[in-house]
Design a protein around this ligand. Structure first.
Ligand code: AMP
Ligand code: MG
Length: 505
């Protein structure tokens, strides 16, 4: 039964003529459904429960788009590794339409790898099975970790080869996003059109993502502040799970504040603030620790596009925008500290001062760095220590004295809280703290060696079992289930030292 009716309501195509190129997906030879996110389909109210894999593959390959789909390639520009490229755009993606989900949120449905578009430049418009399944694994893991992200609805293999360094099986990903508006979208229209068109885009973004600002007097400054606020929070969340995006170009920074564009991203194992895995990031521009300042840099590029809307007087517009940008590090710090306290098991209700807790967190991270301790396991084992079980934590550290000193400080800080007005004391308090910590510190992250293992099986031999098992495990990252123990272990010695991710996915 072919899929005929999806309740599309395509505001971007309708309201923003001139901001995109209509474009049809390429027909593919032999579409086969590799992955379908049933839960997400239900959330989107797509009404696909009765359709079989053949019908789903026909739709999600782009071979048989349902009525109401209106495929378009969106225009955008972007700073790539600091260099401005005025003309990027969807070179291998198509927005096929928007739906309103069961919570009333508007979501984009887009195909990635669906063939050439007017923005393809020299690219083939295609994608390969491995990188698209990688986007599923990492995106679903991020979602399960509670981090805003675009999500994968489906992956279809095309039955056609894709030519990279070697020949790979082709695939198309269906990506769901709050929208695909990027900093680079604003840059494109600021570069090529008039302030009126930038205003039209900003009004669209405000109506869609920040409706509370619509009609307010200083809404464009408010818009900049709101986008910055979401990034400040998002990047704090990244840091707290050891996530490195890898290619934070302005075209890969989303206006809605979702993690978008899973290219050369990776999670670190041993804590290292300078960690970078992307093969093309030779100078560490997008290293773990650089991410907050890069976000601010990207927001400055967004601010530049909004200046004519912020105030008529250029000097005044710059002054107002600069205030927002200058506030960004403190806003990020605010979210980071809140996340840190949760990870440390602190309620944050005791007047211990931000600087005391920041110093406590930073000295913990210094300790992990100095002893090259696995970031995820260290936090998780600290929860055990909160309940008096220190051995698993101690086993992660080669040298104990530094850890002893730090644990002493941490216990004093916890005790100060336990002595506070609304405290429960003793065993109950310890168990409650450990429980809170286990909800703030995941046991599972998508470890790179496990991801690579699953993708190699899928891509090289068509065996999807390791991918499915890993995906199932990653959907419950906070549950310490012995059946998933192999996914919690760090990579064997040497793997991470030579691990690199690649952009040309
Ligand atoms: P990305 O590095 O994935 O964020 O992509 C940067 C730009 O290159 C975007 O404009 C993409 O649409 C474009 N691009 C990436 N891969 C391809 C491809 N295989 N064919 C055409 N365009 C591509
Ligand atoms: Mg991109």
């Amino acid at each position: 039964m072919p899929i005929t009716a999806i309740p599309f309501d395509n505001t971007y195509a309708r309201d923003l003529a001139g901001f995109y190129e209509p474009c049809q997906p390429a027909t593919v030879r032999e579409p086969t459904l590799l992955f379908f996110n049933r839960g997400l389909a239900e959330e989107l109210r797509l009404g696909l429960a009765d359709h079989d894999a053949t019908a789903l593959a026909a739709m999600f390959s782009g071979n048989a788009l349902p009525a109401g789909a209106q495929p378009i390639a969106q225009a955008y520009a972007g700073h790539q590794f600091g260099h401005f490229n005025p003309q990027l755009g969807d070179g291998r993606a198509l927005l096929i339409g928007e739906v309103v989900d069961r919570d009333g949120r508007r979501r984009d449905i887009a195909l990635k790898g669906s063939g050439r578009t007017p923005f393809s430049r020299r690219g083939d418009g295609k994608a390969a099975v491995g990188p698209m399944l990688r986007e599923v694994l990492v995106g679903e893991a991020m979602h399960a970790l509670g981090i805003p992200t675009t999500r994968a609805l489906a992956v279809v293999s095309t039955g056609e080869p894709v030519y990279r360094e070697r020949t790979l099986p082709g695939a198309i990903l269906t990506r769901i996003a709050a929208s695909h508006l990027r900093v680079g979208t604003f840059q494109f229209f600021a570069e090529h059109t008039t302030p009126q068109q930038v205003r039209q885009l900003a009004d669209y973004a405000i109506a869609r993502h920040f409706p509370e600002l619509a009609g307010t007097e200083d809404r464009y400054l408010g818009f900049l502040r709101a986008v910055a606020e979401r990034q400040a929070a998002l990047i704090a969340q990244w840091l707290h799970v050891g996530f490195i995006h890898g290619v934070m170009n302005t075209d890969n920074m989303g206006i809605p504040g979702e993690t978008i564009d899973y290219g050369p991203c990776a999670f670190m194992e041993a804590y290292d603030p300078h960690a970078v895995f992307s093969s093309i990031d030779e100078r560490g521009r997008y290293a773990y620790q650089a991410q907050p300042s890069i976000a601010r840099w990207n927001l400055a590029r967004l601010a530049e596009t909004l200046l004519p809307l912020i105030a008529e007087n250029d000097g005044q517009a710059i002054e107002l925008a600069t205030e927002v940008l200058d506030a960004f590090p403190a806003r990020h710090r605010h979210y980071w500290l809140a996340g840190l306290r949760a990870k440390l098991g602190l309620l944050g209700e005791v007047a211990s001062g931000d600087s005391v807790d920041t110093a406590l967190g930073e000295s913990w991270l210094d300790l992990l760095h100095a002893q090259q301790v696995d970031f995820t396991l260290a936090w998780r084992r600290l929860a055990d220590a909160a309940e008096g079980n220190e051995a698993p934590l101690r086993a992660l550290f080669a040298a104990q004295p530094g850890l002893d000193r730090w644990l002493q400080r941490w216990r004093e800080r916890c005790a100060a809280e336990a002595a506070g007005p609304a405290s429960i004391s003793g065993q109950g308090a310890a168990a409650a703290r450990a429980g809170r910590m286990r909800r703030a510190n995941p046991w599972l992250i998508p470890r790179n060696h496990r991801v690579e293992e699953a993708l190699a099986a899928a891509s090289d031999t068509g065996d999807l079992a390791p991918f499915k098992q890993l995906l199932n495990a990653l959907r419950r990252p906070y549950d310490e289930d012995p059946a998933n123990a192999r996914y919690a272990e760090p990579a064997p010695g040497g793997f991470m030292a030579s691990f690199q991710t690649f952009c040309g996915t």
